[in-house]
Design a protein around this ligand. Structure first.
Ligand SMILES: *Cc1c(COP(=O)(O)O)cnc(C)c1O
Length: 370
């Protein structure tokens, strides 16, 4: 073997569906000396992460901490801890990530009831009401910000229907957290997972989760063991809680990174951060419209941090994105599934969501579209 050369990643502007760019303070945090995972100094850092996460999630939930793994590990954690074989589970599907939840639900041995919306549209409360008629499923799961389509799913009305039916309400907030309002307690969310590499702007590798007291009670009353050893909250929580009981070695550097990323979020203030995402989305929307791009999603359901636009006639998908990357160091996302080859997904997430980045992208697009 000849030794592979040293690392020289290009300074990309990450304007895709994630990861987003990270702040230099987060990169510095990643380079700090390691502590042991039971070092009293590290336990203080863990407590800081937990309390900052509660603040960002707008929740008092005791059971709130980051799972070791990406957003999908958060998805799996919420589902495998709440579902037992034979349970009925409703999953709302309006894009790729709803489909992924269905796959996990079936692997849990649950009876899946699927509610579908056309891609590019949100789930309507009436559809959930219909699915809940005469039923009390264990839970209803839904994606808040569907990164594959650019839809921001309204949650409050659906949450109310779910609770009237006596079920738990589970939400995917991987792309929404840190970019738009996510009010866990006020919206009656019982279980929620997110990821670090979208609007929180830390590297990928951790998945913040939170469980309501009612969800905790249901986990405590399980008849069967959680099917995943690694993601079993009844064990992992003993490390993040007062016991500090070893389960698996915490990814120390990633927890430093999340700590610093959360400090940045709270220094800016949630409302300022949401406004910055809205303003830069508007700027991008104006620029893209004048270049002839049409948005996939109706204005009232548009996600500011993920702009799904139809590729204009005569513009080639892959060659154009390749030029953006090679000549301008800018990454944007292509379409997934039904949208492959037809749609571009332009992310303005967290640190990437800056006026100068919008301007850089628009000027590069002008040249690429020649
Ligand atoms: C990115 C994403 C996920 C999956 O997260 P990974 O970090 O890629 O595992 C899940 N749900 C949504 C809505 C996402 O955008």
């Amino acid at each position: 073997m000849t030794l592979p050369g040293p690392l020289h990643p290009s300074p990309r502007l990450l304007l895709g569906p994630g990861p987003s760019n990270v702040h230099p303070r987060v990169l510095q945090a990643l380079s700090l000396p390691l502590l042991g995972h039971l070092d009293p100094e590290f336990l203080v850092i863990m407590d800081g992460v937990r309390s900052m996460l509660q603040e960002v999630l707008q929740t008092k939930n005791e059971l709130t901490f980051p799972i070791s793994g990406t957003g999908s590990a958060g998805m799996e954690t919420c589902l495998v801890n709440l579902i037992e074989p034979g349970d009925e589970v409703v999953v709302c599907v309006a894009g790729v990530f709803g489909v992924r939840m269905c796959d996990i639900v079936e692997r849990c041995g649950a009876h899946l009831i699927r509610v579908d919306a056309e891609w590019g549209h949100p789930i309507q409360p009436g559809q959930v009401r219909e699915a809940l008629k005469g039923r009390t499923p264990k839970l209803v799961a839904i994606v808040h910000a569907e990164t594959s389509t650019g839809v921001l799913q309204p949650l409050e009305e659906i949450s109310q229907l779910v609770h009237e039916a006596g079920s738990l309400f589970l939400v995917d907030a991987v792309t929404s957290l840190g970019g738009v309002e996510v009010r866990v307690d006020e919206w009656g969310i019982d279980a929620l997972y997110s990821g670090t590499q979208k609007c929180l702007s830390a590297p990928p590798g951790l998945a913040p989760v939170t469980f309501s007291p009612r969800a905790v009670e249901i986990i405590g009353g399980r008849k069967s063991k959680v099917q995943s050893w690694y993601l079993d909250m009844t064990m992992v929580r003993k490390y993040w809680g007062a016991e500090r009981f070893y389960h698996h070695t915490a990814p120390i550097s990633m927890i430093y990174a999340l700590y610093e990323a959360l400090r940045l979020v709270l220094e800016e203030g949630l409302q300022n951060r949401f406004q910055r995402h809205r303003e830069n989305h508007e700027l991008l929307r104006e620029g893209l419209s004048s270049l002839g791009f049409k948005f996939v999603v109706e204005p009232q359901y548009r996600l500011p941090e993920l702009n799904a636009v139809c590729i204009p006639e005569g513009i080639e998908d892959l060659p154009s994105r390749r030029r953006l990357l090679n000549e301008f160091n800018i990454e944007i996302g292509g379409g997934l599934g039904a949208f492959a080859g037809k749609v571009w997904r332009i992310g303005l997430m967290g640190e990437s969501c800056r006026k100068e980045n919008v301007e850089a992208l628009l000027s590069a697009l002008k040249k690429v579209m020649g």
